[in-house]
Design a protein around this ligand. Structure first.
Ligand code: CTP
Ligand code: MG
Length: 220
């Protein structure tokens, strides 16, 4: 079974606030894009990688990740994943993995692929939520305390049979979602979970990048 990883890397990185798209920002001298792609190949669980980047950075991306196929992404993350899916014709299993998670450990990638090989059609890595979570009303007053025991924080790579992911995207041609499993859920599919890893943290803000700098030094 051919495992193809799609790496959405076409975002602008607005919340990080540096002067270039986030995937091209460096962490201890290597771009987030290189780290994410190299981590996927190094896991040994992935046969091919397709990277989706802004149109003006296709050549830069090809130079950074020569083993990956590079295509142009879209305006929303879902558009970028669609572009990647179109370039992943030979895939049996598809992983979707944010370039913004550059320190994702290989064993976690293996767990996702193993769950697919054991028969899941969609699987996501998750972690328990440490903070108490409350729902608030429009004025900011607490409306409810959510039972934390039932909550999970969701990471990537998320894994799918190619059939399940294509069907979910086809069923929602105009919708966007913050994660791909959300589209599978909306299409009525069952999503399994495996244990995530704190090192698979997403770099969103300057604070996250500072934490990742420390972690990258420890996990060379
Ligand atoms: N992404 C993408 N295409 C888009 C938007 C996002 O491929 N149109 C990718 C990003 O490059 C990133 C991943 O999806 O690797 C997760 O998105 P996010 O963390 O939101 O990154 P950005 O959209 O770049 O950041 P921001 O929302 O702060 O602008
Ligand atoms: Mg974004």
């Amino acid at each position: 079974m051919t495992v193809v990883a799609l790496v959405p890397a076409a975002g602008q990185g607005t919340r990080l606030g540096l002067n270039r798209p986030k995937a091209f920002v460096t962490l201890q001298g290597r771009s987030l894009l290189e780290r994410a792609v190299d981590g996927l190949f190094a896991s040994g669980a992935v046969d091919e990688v397709v990277v989706m980047v802004p149109a003006d950075l296709v050549d830069d991306a090809r130079a950074l990740v020569p083993r990956a196929r590079v295509v142009v992404g879209g305006a929303e993350r879902t558009d970028s994943v669609r572009a990647g899916l179109a370039a992943a014709g030979d895939a049996d299993l598809v992983l979707v993995h944010d370039a913004a998670r550059p320190l994702t450990p290989g064993p976690m990638i293996h767990r996702v692929v193993a769950a697919l090989r054991e028969g899941a059609s969609a699987v996501i890595p998750v972690l328990p939520v440490a903070d108490t979570i409350k729902r608030v009303d429009a004025g900011g007053a607490v409306a409810a305390t959510v039972d934390r025991a039932d909550l999970r924080a969701v990471q990537t790579p998320q894994g799918f049979t190619a059939q399940a992911l294509r069907a979910a995207y086809d069923a929602a041609p105009n919708e966007s979602a913050t994660d791909d499993a959300g589209l599978v859920e909306r299409a009525g599919g069952t999503v399994a979970t495996v244990t995530g890893d704190p090192l698979a943290m997403k770099i969103t803000t300057a604070f996250d990048l500072r934490i990742a700098e420390v972690l990258a030094q420890e996990h060379k």
